[in-house]
Design a protein around this ligand. Sequence first.
Ligand code: COA
Length: 158
Amino acid sequence: MRDVRISYLIEHPEYIPQLAQWLFDHWGSILGEQTPDARIEKLKAHMSRDKLPIAWVAHADGQLFGTAALRVHDLEGREDLTPWLGGVFVGSRFRRQGIGAALCTAVEDAARSRAIRTLYLFTLDLQTWYSHLGWTVLAPCVWHEHVGDIMFKRLKVA
Ligand SMILES: CC(C)(COP(=O)(O)OP(=O)(O)OC[C@H]1O[C@@H](n2cnc3c(N)ncnc32)[C@H](O)[C@@H]1OP(=O)(O)O)[C@@H](O)C(=O)NCCC(=O)NCCS
C-alpha cells in the first residue's frame, strides 16, 4: 500500500480508542475482558520512544491501519526470553496489503538499532505467516489455555 507511515504510538494518541476496540474485539474474549478499558491502559503504557514497552502504529492521512509493539516480556512463565515482538494487529479492512509485514520489519529495525540481536514472539495460529517473515519455531507454549508456539528471529547486523 502506498504512503503508509509507521510512527511511534506516543506521537499519535488519537488512535488509542480505535486500537483498543480492535484489540478488545480480537483478544478480549480470550483474556476474559468485558470492555476495552484494559486495552486502553495497556496501550498508554506503550507510549514511549526509548523505554520498553514501545508501540508503533501504521497509518496515513488520519487513517489507522494497524499496530505492533516491542516488549520486555510477553508470555507469562517465559521471562527467560527477552525482548518480544507483540501486539501485531492490522484492521480487517486493511489486511493482505503488506502492512503487517511492514510493522514487523519496523519493530525488528527498532530492535536492531537498540543492539538487540534476537527477538521472540508467540502465536496461536500464524506460524506459517511468521516463518515467511524469517521466524523459526522455538518451543510450544500455552496462552490463556490456548496452545501456540514461541518463535524467534536472529536480527542480522547490517
Ligand atoms: C496477521 C496480520 C497482522 C497480518 O497482517 P497483513 O497486513 O494482512 O499481513 P501482510 O499483508 O503483510 O502479509 C504478508 C503476506 O502474508 C500473507 N498473509 C496475510 N495474512 C495471512 C494469514 N493469516 N495467513 C497466511 N498468510 C497471510 C499475505 O497474503 C502476504 O503475502 P504476499 O506478500 O505474498 O502477498 C493480520 O491478519 C491480523 O491482524 N490478524 C489478526 C491479529 C493477529 O492474529 N495477530 C498476530 C498475533 S501473533
